[in-house]
Design a protein around this ligand. Structure first.
Ligand code: NAI
Ligand code: SF4
Length: 441
């Protein structure tokens, strides 16, 4: 059984309230942290090996150590709660059921970074969650953990919840900052990174909800103890939101030592595939990461079991591996069409492109059109080559990772399931109805 650090008390009745949360050890990390020097907290986070849980897996302590500290210039912590990656819903779970864990992590992190104002930028579609967070903030304030002179230490912190308006691109950290500043959420060129020039051109750390929540056990246990959980550079625990063709969809906390096979088939997690169907493929890290067929999902090309961690999932690079990403684990059984699935994703990226870069603005709808043509039995073999060519021209040629995120699923689908694309071309008469395509026009 995986060790639980974040969801340990998730099922305790009333854990969303300050009193119950406090009775279960809540806010002890704040009491501990406020007795430490801010830089010592960053050192603990570095020692823990905690990596960003939003998708990129960047080392959190390292990111914090990049924060510029010019005299007299405010610094900010911004929590990225714009969780919009298809298949990803673990931050929602945390915020909805254990809101104080995020607030507690924010207090410790803000103190470490020297921030006196911090923000939670939450996706517009999570319309009921800001009230939950604001109630938790009010309760923490009433108990002396937020506001002026926190716990008599002289440290001041205000946390504000900012509601997004429903654009996927606002989850990209610089687009998020633009939006928080009241502008259209267009990504900025990096560098400068937000750590140097972020919110209102001030040094800013942008971290995912789960990352900041994980700072709580890092401080409670100490960085070195936290680093003992997991394996290699995949330390601590990770939340996985599992969905698709599985018996038990939901949010699971794993310690990154379990195999993919165990995660899919064990009753503790996904509970296997309904109706005895066979596993066809999986997208283990949210829609932006490459799809992998069952044979490469359960084993690497060397025949080693594939594990649910950053290194093992990526083993073999994009040719045979994939990525941990945001932990949005989407399972496809033998009845699913990879062509239609890829088409649906392409429509999503085309819709969400902000339009700043030509390859993304023009390439994403072009990929969707080709996929729709193939899925409706109108495609030719040349269309597969054209599709490959278009995605190659997007990848690496755009301002933000949305371009790559749109290209990778297409590349992986062609690489691993070319025969299925060809089947659609060779068997147009076998297609009936609207081919599950829906109304995309
Ligand atoms: P990234 O690799 O560009 O950056 C990671 C973080 O490290 C950023 O905060 C960046 O500012 C910081 N960083 C990197 N180098 C730095 C340096 N030299 N100095 C200072 N800071 C530095 O990746 P990004 O754009 O943050 O995330 C992309 C990932 O997000 C994708 O791989 C995807 O998996 C994931 N994603 C997650 C979504 C969700 O809903 N959770 C939605 C869409 C994408
Ligand atoms: Fe906008 Fe796409 Fe360019 Fe990102 S890659 S800045 S979403 S056009």
């Amino acid at each position: 059984m995986s060790k639980k650090l974040l969801l340990k008390h998730a099922h305790v009745e009333g854990i969303h309230t300050f009193d119950v949360y406090r009775k279960h050890g809540g806010y002890e990390s704040v009491e501990k942290a406020l007795k430490m020097a801010p830089d010592a907290i960053t050192e603990e986070v570095k020692a823990s090996g905690l990596r960003g849980r939003g998708g990129a897996g960047f080392p959190t302590g390292l990111k914090w150590s990049f924060l510029a500290k010019p005299e007299g210039v405010p610094r900010y912590l911004v929590v990225n709660a714009d969780e919009s990656e298809p298949g990803t819903f673990k931050d929602r779970y945390l915020m909805e059921f254990i809101p104080h864990l995020l607030i507690e992590g924010m207090i410790v992190s803000s103190y470490a970074l020297g921030a006196n104002t911090s923000y939670i930028y939450i996706r517009g579609e999570y319309s009921w969650i800001p009230d939950i967070l604001e109630k938790a903030i009010d309760e923490a304030k009433a108990a002396g953990f937020l506001g002026q002179n926190i716990q008599g230490t002289g440290y001041n912190l205000e946390i504000y919840v900012h509601r997004g308006a429903g654009a996927y691109i606002c989850g990209e950290e610089t687009a998020l900052l633009e939006s928080l500043e009241g502008k259209r959420g267009n990504p900025r060129l990096k560098p400068p990174f937000p750590a140097v020039k972020g919110l209102w051109a001030c040094p800013t750390v942008v971290n995912n909800v789960e990352t900041i929540a994980a700072v709580v056990p890092v401080i409670n246990l100490g960085g070195a103890e936290y680093a003992k959980i997991g394996v290699g550079k995949s330390t601590g625990t990770k939340l996985i939101s599992a969905c698709g063709n599985i018996n038990k969809p939901g949010v699971y906390e794993i310690d990154m030592t379990i195999t993919v096979e165990e995660f899919i088939y064990s009753d503790e997690y996904c509970g296997g595939i309904p109706n005895g169907k066979r596993l066809k493929a999986c997208i283990p890290g949210g829609s932006s990461v490459p799809i992998v067929p069952a044979n490469l999902l359960l084993r690497t090309i060397n025949g080693e079991p594939r594990y649910m961690n950053y290194e093992s999932l990526a083993d073999g690079g994009f040719a045979t591996g994939t990525m941990m990403g945001s932990g949005g684990f989407i399972v496809l059984d033998e009845d699913q069409s990879v062509v239609k699935h890829t088409m649906t994703l392409s429509h999503f990226y085309a819709h969400e492109s902000c339009g700043q870069c030509t390859p993304c603005r023009e390439g994403t709808p072009w990929m969707f059109k080709i996929l729709k043509k193939i899925a409706s039995g109108q495609g030719t073999l040349n269309d597969i080559d054209l599709l490959w060519d278009v995605q190659r021209k997007i990848e690496g040629n755009t301002i933000c990772p949305l371009g790559d995120a749109a290209a990778w699923p297409v590349a992986a689908a062609i690489r691993h399931f070319r025969d299925e694309f060809e089947w659609y071309i060779d068997n147009p008469d076998a297609l009936t109805g609207n081919y599950g395509i829906g109304n995309y026009d």
